[in-house]
Design a protein around this ligand. Sequence first.
Ligand code: PEP
Ligand code: MN
Length: 349
Amino acid sequence: MIITLDPKLDSRCAIARQEAIEAVACEHGLKVHPVYGANKTLLCIVGEFNGQYSTLLDNFQAMEGVESVHQVMEPYKLAGRTSHPDNTIVEVGSVCIGNGSLTHIAGPCAVESEQQIRDIAHAVHNAGGHILRGGAFKPRTSPYSFQGLGEDGLKMLRDAGEEVGMPTVTEVLDTRDVPLVAEHADMLQIGARNMQNFGLLKEVGETGMPVLLKRGMSARIVDLLMSAEYVLSRRNGTSNVVLCERGVTGFDTQTRNQIDMSAIPVLHNLTHLPVVLDPSHAVGVREYIPSMALAGVAAGADGVHVEVHTHPEQAFSDGKQSLIPEQYAQLVERMGVIHSAVRDLYVRH
Ligand code: PEP
Ligand code: MN
């Protein structure tokens, strides 16, 4: 970390402040390398921080005579590429995400009935889908909207997945439901609204199960990575977290959210974790899903997550953004063409 001393200090005060900082650094076994510029003095603190980095950063920031403290190391040690240069491949059942192939995650917004999820599972599977999604616990803005079928929904999703041979992913909303959801699903989803529910992240981390971590609609990329860090910090070296860009809040109302397409290459640069795109929740309008899905593949996404419904006009939630099976099948084919055209661009050596 680099500390800049307040340039308004006279030289006697500056020396006293520098000594005080050196004393704190020394207490923690750290070294200080001063750089004396014409107008500013910089103190570079180096050494082994032993998990004290952010506390020390705050402490130095609070010391008298300190103008600013600059963080040099990334705060997401486990999620960051610096300490883990190779791409992580996340296994969900027999499906691998992040191995250079393009993973298709699809299904209805919510599991509505046994028949509905079975029909959609078959449609998604026939279209070339790899992982079946479907919400059993729904994070609805209104408490009066459909909240999901709960445990029954989890079982229906699991059975439908087993019938077609696809692993499943479903959202867990509450720490109390983690064991139940973990029992029935192959991958746990943390929704955008819960991205910074740290208790839930820790609990989900403890299960050791693969996690689909969605970016909060007002979260910065660094916040998403810090949330991944919460999950990873509860594991013994397994990095099975997949990050999902699903749009952020913007000022335009033509689409539900604004897709941050550049988050895909930025995340690939910063982290070894796979990155998937969810154009459905990002855009919220069926008509725009295919173009955004294709753009996501072109931008290097490791997978695309799409809502599909056999009868969108009857859907309990998000029918407006759900593709019908024929549209999804056509999209999967087109995504394959784009993926073949760009995959060499994203191979990491
Ligand atoms: C979902 O995938 O079911 C969902 C609610 O998405 P998000 O958390 O991204 O809004
Ligand atoms: Mn939805």
